[in-house]
Design a protein around this ligand. Structure first.
Ligand code: URA
Length: 241
């Protein structure tokens, strides 16, 4: 059961504030009867009319998407590049990404049409862990990685503590693979963190988001989240992990 004004707003008819006004003006009917009080709760099965027109309730969808590199985390792109929405053209609901991965970065991206859910997860106080795998040019010493763990200054502000682990390195090729876990979501954060210690990222992938990962998936594939996974994410956002 949800509040009437919220259901009207979620259906895309108008804002929640305007919906409240419409209710108070007697322009909203539930199952054929005018409802003027705010806060009345309605069920999925209730028939709601706004100014004589029945609203169609938006069904919320939640997807885990494995974004390939060279795809923009947006619904459209003015430069005509491929966008994440191109992978969801068969889905009727208008989905948008929860946060962003930069153009060259591949990996786990959530897609939804639930604005409240997206806002909740993107709120800075929500400390969901995001796990990245970076391929670096050069092999950073332990002391450099510790520096990243403690925080480095990017764009004039120190990053929050991170977890950083050397996964492997190749002295012959002068390359290293490093895992980084952060809970902030600043613009190009991981790339900038490595730049700050002098080791540019050559390839970056987000492999984990909270308890979700990309196991069994290939770039460009998606799967719908289960009801339970959505509930868990909402709970994490509210109560922390
Ligand atoms: N850090 C980056 O550098 N890029 C991303 O897309 C995400 C985190």
């Amino acid at each position: 059961m949800e509040r009437l004004q919220k259901v009207i707003a979620n259906a895309g008819v108008t804002s929640r504030r305007k919906a409240e006004t419409l209710i108070q003006e007697g322009k909203v009917k539930v199952n054929g009867k005018v409802v003027r009080e705010l806060g009345v709760k309605v069920a999925q099965t209730d028939r709601i009319e706004v100014e004589g027109i029945e609203i169609t309730k938006e069904i919320h969808r939640y997807f885990l998407f494995y974004k390939p590199r060279a795809v923009v985390s947006a619904v459209t792109d003015d430069k005509g590049r491929k966008v994440v929405s191109d992978y969801f053209t068969d889905i009727e609901e208008r989905l948008y990404p929860v946060g962003r991965l930069d153009y060259e970065t591949s990996g786990l991206l959530l897609m939804t049409n639930d604005g409240e859910f997206a806002n909740l997860l993107m709120h800075p106080k929500f400390k969901v862990e995001k796990r990245y795998i970076a391929r670096l040019k050069g092999i950073p010493e332990k002391v450099r990685l510790r520096q990243l763990e403690r925080g480095v200054v990017i764009d004039g502000k120190k990053t929050a503590p991170a977890k950083v682990k050397m996964r492997s390195f190749d002295k012959g090729k002068n390359k290293a693979i490093v895992e980084v876990i952060i809970h902030e979501g600043r613009n190009r954060q991981v790339r900038k963190m490595f730049e700050a210690i002098g080791y540019p990222v050559q390839k970056l992938s987000r492999e984990g988001y909270a308890f979700l990962d990309l196991r069994g998936m290939n770039a460009g594939e998606r799967r719908e989240l289960s009801h339970h996974e959505v509930k868990q994410l909402k709970a994490l956002a509210k109560f922390g992990q």
